[in-house]
Design a binder for this molecule. Structure first.
Ligand SMILES: Cc1cc2nc3c(=O)[nH]c(=O)nc-3n(C[C@H](O)[C@H](O)[C@H](O)COP(=O)(O)OP(=O)(O)OC[C@H]3O[C@@H](n4cnc5c(N)ncnc54)[C@H](O)[C@@H]3O)c2cc1C
Length: 386
């Protein structure tokens, strides 16, 4: 009997998404970025084909799969040069949290639309004065009759301009003790009191990042997703998929850059043999390939654990997968640019802009150092410095 790392269904999904990615590819993305537009055509077609909601429950219009399937979709679109960053957010974080903890009404209202891509939800946790320390977030919800009033600031929130709502991580003000608890609110992007300002990023990407100011944004009682006392558990139900999907994003980008470099190194000849024959060029590309393959294995492990309901096991693996994929992507892109010599820095070959893009996977949604901290403390039992 042959053992397969990937099932026949997964392989079929991979090649079907790769075919879609190929039809759009890097040229499509470059064009949409130049026009300052979101990749709406690719998003809609992926939605129609069922790829955006492949992880969401079938009874709400999804594919009934998990993060394993959704990560294949993002990796393959990325490998084709046209990744959809909002897959990390809309179906993976928001869709998962609503599917697991939402009310029947929230599920019917959001899941089918998130699955077919007709509606999109952004996710906001990062704050200017909290950063990596999300325990310090101060966006606060207070009750006003049956409503909530939400006040605070968020930064680097992706895709707010193309989203119908943002899933905001805030805290409730506990009337008795004054303690604050994390909880999740669906905030419509056109809500009164919500201001959005695009942040000028050095990123050649179709999705923009925003600063949000929430000034007493009035929300109905049913804007709260899940239980106001179960914040952390619900939050991590969304954050682990986010890490796994960021790994997929990074692996896809790394594969794209590596493929370009290999193609170039096979042909480009300045001495007797193509430059790819020199081991100084070939070995780093081989190492980049190995690192990407290893990162994918860890991503598959994390997805398998998460999809089987092991939130704790998935937490460690998702962190490790995000770390490994981020590092593998940064190295693959760097080596790809170097392989092309001067052409690595031309717009025509389009690799130089990936240097900045690859760094996103090292910083977001949780930085390389914070993952090393997590593994030092949680896995190795070492003491904390902070
Ligand atoms: C392109 C992009 C898209 C993003 N999209 C979203 C989004 O949609 N929603 C959202 O909520 N957020 C989003 N973010 C924000 C992202 O999650 C944060 O940038 C990230 O969590 C890091 O926070 P920070 O930028 O405040 O860095 P800081 O927390 O200020 O960290 C700065 C540096 O210090 C290091 N550091 C901090 N603490 C420690 C420590 N204890 N030990 C060692 N080193 C430490 C960090 O590793 C990092 O290198 C996005 C960011 C980017 C760049």
């Amino acid at each position: 009997m042959t053992t397969h790392i990937e099932s026949e269904e997964h392989k079929a999904l991979r090649s079907a998404v790769a075919a879609l990615g190929k039809r759009y590819g890097r040229d499509y993305l470059t064009r949409t970025v130049a026009e300052g537009k979101p990749p709406a055509e690719l998003w809609s077609e992926a939605g129609r084909l069922g790829y955006l909601g492949v992880n969401l429950p079938e009874e709400y219009g999804g594919g009934g799969g998990g993060i394993a399937e959704l990560s294949i979709v993002l990796e393959e679109l990325g490998a084709a040069g046209s990744p959809l960053l909002m897959l990390v957010v809309s179906p993976a974080i928001c869709g998962t949290v609503i599917a697991r903890f939402g009310t029947e009404d929230q599920k019917t209202r959001w899941l089918p639309a998130l699955a077919d891509g007709t509606r999109l939800m952004a996710f906001g946790i990062t704050e200017p004065d909290a950063g990596s320390n999300s325990h310090r977030i101060t966006t606060t919800a207070r009750r006003d009759g049956a409503d909530w009033l939400l006040t605070g600031r968020k930064v680097f929130i992706s895709g707010v301009d193309i989203a119908d709502a943002v899933l905001i991580v805030g805290r409730t003000e506990d009337a008795r003790t004054g303690n604050l608890k994390p909880c999740l609110f669906i905030v419509p992007t056109d809500a009164e009191g919500l201001q959005k300002r695009p942040i000028d990023m050095e990123l050649n990407a179709a999705e923009k990042q925003f600063e949000l100011v929430l000034d007493d944004v009035r929300l109905p009682a049913d804007a709260l997703v899940g239980d106001e006392d179960a914040g952390l558990l619900q939050l991590f139900a969304g954050l682990n998929p986010e890490r796994i999907m960021t790994a997929a994003f990074a692996i896809g980008m790394g594969r794209y850059a590596l493929a370009k470099a290999i193609e170039y190194a096979r042909d480009r000849t300045v001495w007797k043999a193509p430059i790819g024959a020199h081991q100084a060029i070939a070995h780093p590309l081989a190492q980049a390939h190995i690192d990407l393959e290893l990162a994918r294995l860890m991503m598959q492990k994390a997805a398998r654990l998460y999809d089987s309901g092991d939130d704790v096991g998935a937490g460690e693996a998702a962190n490790m997968a995000k770390y490994a994929a981020g590092e593998a992507c940064v190295k693959a892109v760097d080596q790809a640019v170097h392989t092309l010599g001067g052409n690595g820095l031309t717009r025509e070959f389009g690799l130089a802009s990936l240097i900045t893009a690859a760094r996103v996977a090292r910083i977001a949604p949780v930085s390389r150092e914070m993952i090393l901290n997590y593994v030092s403390h949680q896995t190795l039992g070492l003491p904390k410095s902070y």
